[in-house]
Ligand binder design. Structure first.
Ligand SMILES: [Zn+2]
Length: 310
């Protein structure tokens, strides 16, 4: 058994998190890293029940556990199963279907699906703006893939890019970071909003000649390649980096998940950008960051997951 939190392989990971008590101790340390507090009212004086698992707030008198108000929610699943699922979904390059997660973790497929969506919620990342050289492009997910990019865009300027398709807009910094967001359309309003939120003014922006990218020259050093004229590289200007991210995402879509509903698509996008952005890091720090995100994120109740899209 390992006694220090240190691992480079799944075997060492399992060695350290050998029982539920170790997992509980580890997670409690992260949840209360800045001191104990009540998730209901924020009060810092709390009592611990004898079982060591439940707490009561001295002020509002409500009970809670360390899972309350986090992505783990009020699930009865052992933390160890959550930890294994986090490890698998955060480190396997193309993702993992809920059928596979269920087999590895030892839960039903329905439970695995539910866990995976909550973990994706904790794959949300980094704020702040990208700077330097940034490639931007959009793609369409779902539905039939027969339509050409140009036709999809025409359909998507007002809607979803054709039957069953959802537009996703992405940006990739040449320094490595990828961000992607499900957008209502690929029109000027939606694309400009995402670019201005995510890219620092004065940064160099590389796109193709799509109309949705017009009018950005005032704020950015904007260069374009004309894909319609079969021009793909113009000096340093190309969008090959973000396009290879779309290729990776689509391999996961077709090869692993087979279907991603529009409602849950942003969470899948988060999962893929998270893994790509963290791929060169030690598994240990990747795992730790996801668990830290879990500890501070609001829970995603099952009823929210299964609600019909608006
Ligand atoms: Zn309270």
């Amino acid at each position: 058994m390992k006694t220090t939190f240190e691992f480079k392989t799944l075997a060492e990971f399992m060695d350290y998190f050998c029982d539920e008590a170790t997992c509980l101790k580890h997670y409690t340390g992260i949840r209360f890293a800045n001191g104990e507090y009540c998730p209901h009212c924020g009060h810092t004086e709390i009592y611990t029940f004898k079982d060591g698992k439940r707490y009561r707030c001295a002020k509002c008198k409500q009970d809670f556990t360390i899972k309350t108000d986090t992505v783990f929610g009020e699930s009865k699943l052992p933390l160890r199963k959550w930890f294994i699922a986090i490890y698998l979904l955060s480190t396997t390059s193309k993702g993992m279907s809920s059928v596979q997660v269920a087999k590895h973790v030892g839960v039903t497929q329905k439970t695995a699906w539910f866990m995976a969506h909550r973990i994706r919620e904790a794959h949300q990342q980094n704020k702040g703006q990208l700077f330097g050289k940034i490639e931007a492009d959009e793609t369409f997910i779902g539905g039939l893939s027969k339509n050409m990019h140009a036709k999809q865009r025409k359909a998507a300027i007002k809607g979803t890019g054709g039957k069953g398709k959802t537009a996703v807009f992405g940006m990739k910094s040449r320094a490595g970071e990828v961000r992607a967001k499900v957008v209502a359309s690929v029109g000027i309003v939606d694309l400009h909003r995402e670019i201005k939120t995510n890219v620092a003014p004065g940064a160099t922006l590389y796109t193709d000649g799509w109309v949705g990218y017009r009018g950005l020259k005032a704020e950015f050093n904007h260069a374009t390649v004309d894909h319609m004229a079969k021009e793909y590289v113009n000096g340093d200007c190309h969008t090959n980096g973000i396009e290879s991210f779309w290729a990776l995402f689509k391999r996961g879509y077709h090869g692993v998940y087979h279907h991603m509903s529009r409602k849950h698509l942003q969470r899948y996008v988060n999962e893929f950008t998270f893994r790509l952005n963290r791929r060169t890091e030690e598994m240990q720090s990747v795992f730790s960051d996801v668990v830290a995100n879990v500890a501070k994120s609001a829970q995603l109740p099952y009823k929210t997951l299964i609600q019909k899209p608006i």
